[in-house]
Design a protein around this ligand. Structure first.
Ligand SMILES: NC(=O)c1ccc[n+]([C@@H]2O[C@H](COP(=O)([O-])OP(=O)(O)OC[C@H]3O[C@@H](n4cnc5c(N)ncnc54)[C@H](OP(=O)(O)O)[C@@H]3O)[C@@H](O)[C@H]2O)c1
Length: 246
C-alpha cells in the first residue's frame, strides 16, 4: 500500500475516528504517535500494529502545560513529523433547558483550547521547514448556532475559524491545513442518541479524512453530501432556525 505520510501524530486516538486513523496510517507503513487518556485502549493500538509502528502517550489535552515538551519528545521519538491530526473531542449531553457551565467549559477546553495548544507547535514546526499537514476534526455542528448544545457547537465553530486563520498564515509556506466536518459517525460519542441518519463507520470516515489530507484540501464534509445539507442550513433565516430543535 502506498505510504502517504511517514510520521504522524494523532491526538484523541484511543477510540472512534482517531483510533481508525491510527490503524489506517499504521497499515500504510506510517509511524504514528497516538495520544489520549485511556491507556488500555492505546495499548490495543500498539498490540495490533506493533511498537515499531505505533507509539503511545497517555495525555489529557486539558493539561496544556505538558504540550510543548511532549510535542518535541514525540517528534524526536517518531524520527520526524509530517502529519498532525487533532481528533480529541467530547460532547456532553445537555438537556434543552440546562445551562451547565462546568460541562460547557470542559467541552471548550477539550475541543478548542487543546487544539490550539497542539496545533500551534505543529504550525510553527511545519512553517519553519515549509511542509507538513495539519488536520482538525471539527463538525457540521459548528456551522450554525444550534440550540441543542451551545458549547459543543461553538467549540467547533471556534476550531473552524482558528484552522482557517492558521491556513491563511502558513499555506503560502507550503503547509496544508485541512478542516474536516463529519456528519454522524458511529462512535462512542453518539452511542445511544436516537434518530440519527447517514451514520458512517469510523473506518470509512478515516479513509475519507486521509484522502482529503493527502490531497491537501482546505475543508471537507464527511461524507460529502453534508456540504449541500449545510449550505441549505446556513441559509435558513434566524427567525425560522430558532424554532428548530436541532
Ligand atoms: N461521532 C460523530 O458523529 C462526530 C461528528 C462530528 C464530529 N465528531 C468529532 O470527531 C472527533 C472524534 O470523536 P469520535 O466520534 O471518534 O468520538 P470518541 O470515540 O468519543 O473519540 C474521542 C477521542 O477524544 C479523546 N479525548 C476526549 N477527551 C480527551 C482529553 N481530555 N484528553 C485527551 N483525549 C481526549 C478520547 O480519548 P480518551 O477518552 O481516552 O481520552 C477519544 O480518543 C471529535 O472531535 C468529535 O467532536 C464526531
Amino acid at each position: 500500500m502506498k505510504k502517504r505520510f511517514k510520521h504522524a501524530l494523532v491526538i484523541g486516538a484511543s477510540s472512534g475516528i482517531g483510533a481508525a486513523l491510527v490503524r489506517q496510517l499504521a497499515s500504510e507503513g506510517c509511524r504514528v504517535a497516538a495520544l489520549a487518556r485511556r491507556e488500555d485502549k492505546l495499548r490495543e493500538l500498539t498490540r495490533d500494529a506493533g511498537e515499531d509502528q505505533v507509539i503511545t502517550r497517555v495525555h489529557d489535552v486539558t493539561a496544556i502545560d505538558e504540550v510543548p515538551a511532549l510535542f518535541q519528545e514525540i517528534a524526536r521519538d517518531l524520527g520526524g513529523l509530517d502529519l498532525v491530526i487533532y481528533a480529541a473531542g467530547i460532547m456532553r449531553p445537555v438537556a434543552f433547558d440546562e445551562f451547565n457551565t462546568e460541562a460547557d467549559l470542559e467541552m471548550i477546553r477539550t475541543n478548542y483550547e487543546g487544539a490550539v495548544a497542539w496545533l500551534n507547535p505543529a504550525a510553527e514546526r511545519f512553517g519553519a521547514v515549509g511542509r507538513g499537514c495539519i488536520v482538525g476534526i471539527g463538525s457540521v455542528a459548528g456551522d450554525r448556532g444550534r440550540s441543542g448544545n451551545p458549547a459543543y457547537g461553538s467549540s467547533k465553530a471556534a476550531l473552524d475559524t482558528y484552522l482557517e486563520a492558521l491556513r491563511n498564515r502558513i499555506a503560502r509556506k507550503g503547509v496544508r491545513v485541512v478542516t474536516i466536518k463529519p456528519g454522524f459517525v458511529d462512535t462512542e460519542m453518539i452511542a445511544g442518541i436516537p434518530g440519527l441518519f447517514w451514520v458512517i463507520s469510523p473506518e470509512k470516515a478515516a479513509r475519507i479524512i486521509l484522502k482529503k489530507a493527502s490531497r491537501g484540501v482546505r475543508e471537507a464534509y464527511v461524507p460529502a453530501r453534508w456540504r449541500l445539507v449545510m449550505a441549505i442550513i446556513r441559509r435558513i433565516p434566524s427567525f425560522i432556525f430558532r424554532h428548530l430543535k436541532v
